[in-house]
Design a protein around this ligand. Structure first.
Ligand SMILES: Cc1cc2nc3c(=O)[nH]c(=O)nc-3n(C[C@H](O)[C@H](O)[C@H](O)COP(=O)(O)OP(=O)(O)OC[C@H]3O[C@@H](n4cnc5c(N)ncnc54)[C@H](O)[C@@H]3O)c2cc1C
Ligand SMILES: *[C@@H]1O[C@H](CO)[C@@H](O)[C@H](O)[C@H]1NC(C)=O
Ligand SMILES: *[C@@H]1O[C@H](CO)[C@@H](O)[C@H](O)[C@H]1NC(C)=O
Ligand SMILES: *[C@@H]1O[C@H](CO)[C@@H](O)[C@H](O)[C@H]1NC(C)=O
Ligand SMILES: *[C@@H]1O[C@H](CO)[C@@H](O)[C@H](O)[C@H]1NC(C)=O
Length: 452
């Protein structure tokens, strides 16, 4: 009997499960519970109705890739992509145009990572699915055509080229993240025992004698449940004291409107990403190009009561988004760094005004491993978060694994990877971002009216 059969043979492991958060983790888990144990009553609570405008899972585009240095994620990502491809509702929003991974070739950790990732890609994919770009001419020509030439290094900021070598994995795709979250939300609504409660955030998890009893909303309403799943992404650290195991960081995102001619010209481009600069540029979609940067990022430090001891406080980083602060525009440094990259790979867009920008919050863990585990101290709370910058692509598979974890049958390998570790350090190799400390956002954020 395999594990899944074993758990199916078991009685439902709870009567009522409250899921806080309707993103990738929350929605995928709600569906997995309904499929495995339809008699469990699932109540999903979110600040807003899905697709949640400032939720990390909601955006114009996300990458679907299996390029990982770590074989565990590489395998899981491949399985997830196959499921997306076979899902008639999701696959209409997936565009398999490949993803190009570039680096500068300087002897540092990004180049090492690039080499390891390329090697693994070569072992997992057919030769025809990988395009090698050994020099900066071929990197540029893949974007602009055979008869083009990259700007000379002398014309570039710092007089130095950075997009120097690359490979493209043609199996990789981008997906309309917002539409797919809507698909999953609607799918949940067809399940008789899943219900949603959106509009009032969870204020706190109600705990009695060290056991969770349910949640209390900011509106004052109390909701009972015998298991509470914290899937609140970058917001999770306010609901449970995670002792720095997760650290929310904001990354800058910007959109540039294209002319019809530009849309046609670049239509078939791959997603292009520089592992070293952290810049990630998507092909034209709905008339615009999206760029983001895996920068050291921004933090938003606030002091809140410790949920485990109201007499104490804790200092956490907590999302500051376009929903709470609609006037915000990305910091000047972020804009400058994006434009420097564009000068090299998209010279004609380098000075074009951004249509809009946002800070997208990720729930990082030191190793970029997810956090899927029971709460270390409070019975009746389970955690499903720590998506870091790479959990979206696991939408069709993550929920089942979270249910495995709740049932105590997660594979030893994943249990070890996703367990609760206090604080801790490590390398974020599965979703690398630039070295450096995140800046305090409130010190550098700009006001839209003074920028755009
Ligand atoms: C710029 C950027 C690029 C990325 N690119 C990729 C990519 O290309 N590929 C990829 O696979 N991954 C990518 N990711 C990562 C991926 O998007 C995330 O790992 C994933 O979406 C996290 O999902 P989640 O369910 O944890 O969080 P969320 O989607 O944020 O869900 C959490 C939900 O909890 C709700 N919530 C919070 N607090 C409360 C409360 N108190 N009460 C009720 N509800 C609450 C929020 O409203 C939110 O809807 C990227 C992330 C960013 C920021
Ligand atoms: C929903 O849950 C209730 C209570 O556990 C159960 O009696 C009912 O059969 C469930 N509905 C479905 C469609 O499974
Ligand atoms: C990517 O960006 C980093 C940081 O600026 C740079 O050092 C590196 O050379 C770049 N790599 C490529 C391939 O562009
Ligand atoms: C894009 O790809 C399609 C299908 O392969 C092809 O017909 C079209 O000419 C391509 N367009 C450009 C601008 O390369
Ligand atoms: C942005 O600037 C405008 C105009 O100066 C002002 O009215 C608004 O309150 C500011 N918004 C924020 C969020 O600071």
């Amino acid at each position: 009997m395999d594990r899944q059969q074993a758990s199916q043979a078991n009685k439902p492991f709870a009567r009522t499960i409250i899921i806080i958060g309707a993103g990738v983790f929350g929605l995928s888990t709600a569906l997995a519970i309904a499929d495995r144990h339809p008699s469990i009553v699932v109540k999903v609570i979110d600040r807003l109705k899905p697709p949640v405008l400032d939720g990390t899972s909601v955006d114009t585009t996300r990458c679907i890739r299996a390029d990982y240095k770590d074989p565990v994620y590489a395998k899981l990502a491949k399985a997830a992509q196959t499921k997306i491809r076979e899902d008639p509702e999701l696959n209409q929003y997936m565009y398999q145009q490949g993803m190009t991974f570039a680096c500068d070739g300087e002897p540092d950790r990004f180049t090492e990572l690039w080499k390891a990732q390329k090697k693994l890609a070569e072992s997992l994919h057919a030769e025809k699915d990988l395009v090698n770009m050994p020099d900066r001419e071929s990197v540029f020509q893949r974007l602009h055509g055979k008869d083009t030439k990259p700007p000379s290094a002398g014309e570039l900021p710092g007089g130095m080229s950075r997009w120097n070598m690359a490979y493209c994995n043609l199996e990789d795709a981008f997906i309309d993240a917002e539409k797919c979250i809507e698909v999953y939300y609607n799918r949940c609504l067809t399940k008789p025992n899943i219900s949603f409660r959106c509009g009032s955030p969870v204020d706190h998890i109600r705990i009695e004698d060290g056991v969770a009893q349910g949640v209390v909303l900011e509106s004052g309403t109390s909701i009972e449940g015998d298991l509470v799943l914290v899937a609140a992404g970058a917001w999770s650290g306010r609901l449970v004291n995670l002792e720095q195991r997760i650290y929310p960081i904001g990354h800058e995102v910007a959109w540039i409107k294209l002319t019809t001619d530009e849309q046609k010209r670049w239509k078939n481009n791959s997603i292009t990403t520089n592992l070293s600069t952290g810049l990630n540029m998507f092909p034209p979609y709905r008339g615009e190009i999206k760029i983001l940067r895996r920068s050291p990022g921004y933090k938003n430090t606030i002091v809140v009561p410790d949920p485990e001891d109201q007499s104490k406080t804790m200092k956490i980083s907590y999302p500051r988004t376009i929903v709470d602060n609609p006037g915000d525009a990305i910091p000047l440094d972020a804009e400058k760094a994006m434009r420097e990259n564009l000068k090299e790979i998209m010279p004609s867009l380098a000075d074009r005004p951004f249509d809009r920008t946002k800070i997208c919050w990720i729930c990082t863990t030191p190793t970029a491993d997810f956090l899927v585990a029971p709460h270390p101290r409070i019975a009746g709370i389970h955690l499903a978060t720590g998506g870091s910058a790479h959990a979206w692509k696991f939408l069709p598979v993550i929920g089942d694994l979270v249910v495995d974890s709740m049932e105590g049958v997660l594979s030893a390998e994943l249990e070890e990877k996703w367990r609760y570790v206090r604080g801790s350090t490590g390398r974020d190799e599965n979703a690398p971002r630039m070295d450096g400390e995140p800046e305090e956002l409130r010190d550098v954020v700009r006001n839209k009216s003074s920028v755009l």
